[in-house]
Write a protein that binds this ligand. Structure first.
Ligand code: SF4
Ligand code: SF4
Length: 56
């Protein structure tokens, strides 16, 4: 279980700097979350302007 970033992501980069464990990085098409690093804190979901981050 982890948070995931959907195709709705507009690659604004806001969430990357907010993750306390550095689990978010730019992927091939949009930002992505490393499921092994994510602690499910939910911070990223709270800052995303387009609600592209959901708990899987
Ligand atoms: Fe990082 Fe928390 Fe988002 Fe997981 S839920 S990617 S730990 S900010
Ligand atoms: Fe994508 Fe939302 Fe992160 Fe911006 S804050 S990079 S739109 S997931």
């Amino acid at each position: 279980m982890a948070y995931v970033i959907s195709d709705d992501c507009i690659s604004c980069g806001t969430c990357e700097g907010e993750c306390p464990v550095g689990a978010i990085s730019m992927g091939a098409d949009h930002y992505q979350i490393d499921p092994d690093a994510c602690t499910e804190c939910g911070t990223c979901a709270g800052v995303c302007p387009v609600e592209a981050i959901k708990q899987a």
